[in-house]
Design a protein around this ligand. Sequence first.
Ligand code: C5P
Length: 301
Amino acid sequence: MAEPKSVTVRVPAKVNVQLAVGGARPDGFHDLANVFLAVSLFDEVTVRPADALTVTCSGPDAGQVPLDRTNLAARAAELLAARHGIEPHVHIHIAKDIPVAGGMAGGSADGAGALLACDALWGLDSPRAELLEICAELGSDVPFSLAGGAALGVGRGERLTELPVGGAFHWVFAVADGGLSTPAVYREFDRLNEGVTVPEPVAAPELLDALRTGDTAALAATLANDLQPAALSLRPSLAATLETGMQAGALAALVSGSGPTTAFLTKDEESARAVAEALTASGTCRTARVASSPAPGATVL
Ligand code: C5P
């Protein structure tokens, strides 16, 4: 069979409906109970054969995306190629729609997308377990970007158990000006918890039930992000964004992952549009996006 000329993979953003963070480990990482939910904001990663490994990016925030080997998409191509003793000679194009450096795993999405795309382009047909292993090497959130749907991540967040979801949830994401560095937010978490015995992170049974039954009100009552105080400490203006969304009718609001994107759970799609409009008009965020969940994981188009 002739090799394809290019492969495009669509890959979703995520929100953490629960992010329970334990104390710092000797390796600097934190043990997590991380309940991931994929949402319908997508990047598309296209790979095609080239003379060398290159990355380009398009989309409104493309200027903020690194195009060198620090881009997780480039690293994914390198890791997969190295395992198979081939050269990672591909051009990777990222059509970016996921907010950049926002706590929505946009960089992780591109890593998972490039991995799946290169695997198909090179005709490797790697077992799923091997792809997930490479994802975990790329970063804590990358395995979930490949998997999609909903999952509990433990360890660094990379060891996944798929979770059932019984219905659709509607969200608004308020995108802040500028990003927040994930390591800086974890460092702030450590600073705020100095001298405190941080409990073992565990997923809340009520939250898992709410996902399983598709109960929006129950999910709203149980959303929790242990990184939120740290993100608010580094970016106090996010409090006004959270407040604005709640006043506009959101059922619950929280910082998405390490931020600074904030997430608002709404009753339905119509309410989501109203909350997005209010957030945009308020000037407390750069832009607001409507999305739903769950969304499928990385998919070859
Ligand atoms: O794994 P990833 O590269 O996404 O992690 C980025 C940074 O976030 C790490 O270098 C670390 O500072 C922090 N982190 C953490 N504990 C985790 C995941 C990430 O401290 N479980």
